[in-house]
Every structure is written in structure tokens, then in C-alpha cells.
Design a protein around this ligand. Structure first.
Ligand SMILES: Nc1ncnc2c1ncn2[C@@H]1O[C@H](COP(=O)(O)OP(=O)(O)O)[C@@H](O)[C@H]1O
Ligand SMILES: [Mg+2]
Length: 325
């Protein structure tokens, strides 16, 4: 299958800002605004009159390239068949006068007029007394796994999300970075379809925090290995269980998950069945798109990210192999 992506910048200067966003949605760590697309937008990938998040890099002063991670995670999600909201390269020349502001332009994943959305945090807060939603230290798999008997596709969903997050090294899948969509619930509260949200907010990943001049340090095998596997940093945000004593890394988490739910193994193997050639082909056009020196995606950074993805992929494959059949 050949995947097709929109490889041009989408300019949103004339898009209508959504003034309700600030009051209604939780403010996360990064600067972002919400806009409505125009009727009949030119790029065919853009939905007509639809909400989009314009999400900037966390600290534009020291990692202005971070927004690329959302765009790359979307393309990777398509490649491995794990749903991620479509993310494009957006340009806003109205955001700051006299400046070209680039960010990830991310499609809203539900229809505000018809559907309802429940954040994972609302649920965790109901179940765990004094749940600390700021730090999310009580976010744990032991509790979430029990939902398999009530919410369709719970194991399939997390098999996909754990694969994606382990591949990109996402350490930020906290309780408010997943949720449930109640499709049609606003139209008819008696008759709606419940599903998990796509994997959104993928920016804390792919070595975004490493400066280009420091890539060379990761040629040292020990350092790279520590970065990829040290349980203090190479780990899901979610704990395995509330009483977990020591943090476990991405791979140990996946091993335990597959031992607990053997049916997840072939699902994860399926997600992992992509080649470096395919990943390269999917991501190759990105460094050409933005020329602005401060925030373009350099080829060097893309290669570094690809190396990380494929090192992690190998570690995941080895983990799955060890789990038997
Ligand atoms: N594509 C999307 N569709 C619908 N809601 C979204 C989407 N992306 C983000 N949100 C909402 O906006 C909130 C903040 O966005 P997020 O991407 O998590 O930013 P941050 O990195 O600041 O946490 C999310 O918790 C979620 O409620
Ligand atoms: Mg978030």
C-alpha cells in the first residue's frame, strides 16, 4: 500500500479563531490555538469548516523544531496502522506580527456539535481518591486493563498505543492524553458509539530535547543504550500498577503486557511490520518543506529520529520474541 501525504505548508492566516477554546479545554504545556477551517478549503486533506489545533513547539526559544514530532508521529501512525489525528505543517503569519509562525496543524478528532468527549483524567479522578491530575502519578495500567470487560477493543487500543509510544519514546501519555469519544451522544444521549480517542499529543518524543550539536554524543553505544532503555526516562508515563516499586522501561512494560494478554503479541507484531525504506519514503519530503533556518526539520535530525525509531523497533521485536507464541 502506498501512503499519500500532503507535503506542502498549510497557511492559516485567514482561518477563523475559535474563541471558546481557552475556557473549555485544559491548557497543556504548549502554546496552542484553535481555528476553524474555511468552507471548501484548498488542500483536499483539510476538512471543511472543521476545528483544528495549531500547536507550537514547547519552548520556541530552545526547541523550535518540536512541532515536527506531531507531524512525524501522524505519518508513522499511518504506517503502522495506529490511529493518530492528522497533523500537517501549518503557517500562521497573524500569530505574531511580522513573523512567520510554524506549528503542527492538527485535525480535531470528534465533532463538537454531535459527539461528546471524556478525558482519561476525568475517569481516573472518579476511581482514585485524591487523584493528582497535574502529575498523574496514580495513572496505572492495572486499573485501566480492567476496562477490557466494559469498553470495546481496550486491549487492541493499548496494544497500538503502547507500540507507537515505545517506538517514538513518548514519555507523556498521561491520563489527559487519551480519552473516549461518545459518537452521536449530543444528538442522542441514549444511542451513541463509544470508542477510544486516537493517540494525540505525541510531541514529547523522538529526541526533540536533544540539540543537533549533541547528536554525536549518541554515537557512544553506552550512552545511546542508556537513553533508549534507562527505566527512569525510557518509560511510559503510565505505571504498571499503583504499588509499582521501581519504574520499568518501555520494553519491560510491553513484555508484561503481552504476558498478561497474549493476544496482544500478534497485534503488536503487525504494527511493527514496516521497513526502514517505507519509513524513509513517508518522512523524506519533510525536510524540504520549511526553509526557515530556526524551525526547519534538518535532514540530520530526521536521520537521527529514524535511527532512534529503528533501534527501539529492534528492542521491541526482541522483547516480543522472548514472550514465546
Ligand atoms: N486533535 C484533537 N482533537 C480534539 N481534542 C484535542 C485534540 N488535540 C488536543 N485536544 C484537546 O486539547 C487538549 C490539549 O492538547 P494537547 O495536544 O494534549 O496539548 P499539550 O501538549 O499542551 O498537553 C487535550 O488534552 C485535548 O483535550
Ligand atoms: Mg496533552
Amino acid at each position: 500500500m502506498v501512503l499519500k501525504f500532503h507535503n506542502e505548508i498549510i497557511t492559516i492566516d485567514s482561518w477563523r479563531p475559535d474563541e471558546t477554546y481557552d475556557g473549555v479545554f485544559p491548557k497543556g504545556a504548549r502554546e496552542k490555538e484553535v481555528y476553524f477551517s474555511p468552507d471548501n478549503p484548498k488542500p483536499t486533506c483539510i476538512k471543511s469548516d472543521w476545528r483544528y489545533l495549531f500547536k507550537l513547539s514547547r519552548s520556541r526559544s530552545w526547541c523550535p523544531w518540536q512541532f515536527w514530532v506531531e507531524v512525524i508521529a501522524y505519518r508513522l501512525g499511518c504506517l503502522i496502522d495506529v490511529p493518530v489525528p492528522p497533523a500537517y505543517v501549518g503557517l500562521n503569519r497573524q500569530y505574531q506580527t511580522g513573523e512567520d509562525t510554524y506549528g503542527a496543524l492538527i485535525e480535531w478528532f470528534y465533532d463538537e456539535r454531535k459527539d461528546m468527549y471524556i478525558e482519561g483524567g476525568q475517569f481516573m479522578g472518579q476511581l482514585i481518591k485524591n487523584y493528582d491530575r497535574k502529575k498523574g502519578i496514580q495513572h496505572n495500567w492495572e486499573l485501566l486493563s480492567r476496562l477490557k470487560d466494559f469498553i470495546p477493543d481496550t486491549i487492541e487500543y493499548w496494544a497500538g498505543v503502547f507500540t507507537l509510544d515505545s517506538l517514538i519514546g513518548n514519555t507523556d501519555r498521561h491520563q489527559d492524553n487519551w480519552g473516549w469519544i461518545l459518537k452521536g451522544a449530543k444528538q442522542n444521549p441514549e444511542d451513541y458509539k463509544l470508542s477510544y480517542s486516537p493517540a494525540f499529543d505525541n510531541g514529547t518524543a523522538l529526541g526533540y530535547e536533544i540539540r543537533e550539536k549533541d547528536f554525536v554524543k549518541y554515537q557512544d553505544g553506552n550512552r545511546l543504550n542508556r537513553y533508549l532503555t534507562h527505566p527512569q526516562r525510557a518509560r511510559h508515563h503510565m505505571k504498571w500498577s499503583l504499588n509499582e516499586r521501581e519504574p520499568i522501561n518501555f520494553y519491560e512494560f510491553v513484555r508484561k503486557f503481552v504476558v498478561q494478554f497474549p493476544k496482544a503479541k500478534p497485534i503488536m507484531e503487525g504494527h511493527l511490520s514496516f521497513s526502514r525504506e517505507q519509513a524513509k519514503e513517508t518522512l523524506e519530503p519533510l525536510p524540504e518543506m520549511v526553509t526557515d533556518k530556526r524551525c526547519r526539520l534538518t535532514r540530520k535530525r530526521l536521520d537521527f529520529m529514524l535511527d532512534l525509531i529503528f533501534k527501539r523497533k529492534k528492542l521491541l521485536e526482541e522483547t516480543l520474541e522472548q514472550c514465546g507464541s
